[in-house]
Design a protein around this ligand. Structure first.
Ligand code: RIB
Length: 297
């Protein structure tokens, strides 16, 4: 069983700031780093670190091929990562002392995935494989549709949320993973109870996983809800916390781990990630997650 992840690979430009820059304001940063990121790459690394067989499908500029090597070193199968002449996707990330972030994205090479690329990347799949995608690459409609036509399981994390998500073939999705903002945008509701109600009535074809930040996570099916609290830690940088959760959760869940245990593993991995700076580099190893769970239960 493999996970084929159609996802972004970004170069993250990370600035440590006192507060997020305001309209018309210029502020100095106290630190700057250029790091591997992108929701897609982060989720692939988390899947690989968690022990999954993950094939990443994506694109990056040829001059940034070292970032592909980093993915390979982390255990990600990059046979479908193309290096081309389109500038790499990147993110301008401000991080405040309490670990919050604000992000501006440039899509670049992430937007060069075509229907043909999707088709070729899905030629050698097996029945039990999963397809995963986020909202930072092109041709998501093709990914969802082609994966469904092949009878593969489809996980979709519509982040960052945009209006266009609503017109995607969402009936192809088996597992939807959203945070509260994305859930509110998709359902048109604000209160969590109302959001759950809409998912239970309108998303009968899928399981819906809602990440609730410091409150933990909740799995919603048409018949049930299952909530797992977050672990309490001192956060220094929340970038990629959700990506880490998704990779660790999906690795366990797709391998047959019972849902509550898989949720707990995802929460533990993301709790560790927020205590470290950066995106991809903050994602823990399996051994670190095991040790954390042994200590915090
Ligand atoms: O989820 C965090 C990621 O969002 C960052 O690594 C950045 O690249 C953006 O894609």
């Amino acid at each position: 069983m493999a996970v084929i992840n159609f996802g972004s690979i970004n170069i993250d430009h990370v600035y440590m700031v006192d507060h997020f820059v305001q309209p018309g304001e210029t502020i100095a940063s106290s630190d700057y780093q250029q790091l591997l990121g992108g929701k897609g790459a982060n989720q692939s690394i988390a899947l690989a670190q968690a022990g999954a067989d993950v094939k990443h499908v994506g694109s990056i500029h040829e001059s940034d091929a070292s970032f592909k090597q980093t993915l390979i070193k982390k255990g990600v199968d990059c046979r479908y990562v193309r290096c081309n002449d389109t500038p790499s996707g990147h993110a301008i990330i401000q991080v405040t002392p309490c670990g919050e972030n604000a992000i501006v994205l440039f899509g670049g090479a992430n937007q060069t995935i075509t229907a043909d690329v999707v088709n070729k990347s899905l030629l050698d799949t097996s029945d039990n494989d999963w397809v995963l995608t986020q909202n930072e690459t092109s041709c998501i409609d093709e990914v969802l549709q082609q994966a469904r036509e092949k009878g593969l399981k489809v996980a979709f994390n519509p982040a960052p949320m945009s209006e266009s998500v609503k017109s995607l073939p969402l009936d192809c999705v088996d597992l939807l993973i959203v945070n509260e903002t994305e859930a509110a945008a998709l359902t048109g509701k604000e209160a969590l109870d109302d959001i759950i109600q809409v998912f239970q009535s309108d998303w009968q074809h899928a399981e819906v996983l809602i990440t609730l930040g410091k409150e933990g996570v909740m799995m919603v099916t048409p018949e049930s809800t299952d909530k797992v609290p977050a672990f309490e830690v001192d956060a220094v940088d929340t970038t990629a916390a959700g990506d880490t959760f998704i990779g660790y959760f999906l690795s366990a869940y797709s391998a047959g781990t019972e849902v509550t245990q898989a949720l707990k593993r995802g929460c533990a991995a993301s709790a560790i990630a927020v205590t470290r700076q950066g995106a991809a580099q903050s994602i823990p190893t399996q051994e670190e997650v095991d040790r954390f769970l042994a200590k915090h239960g």
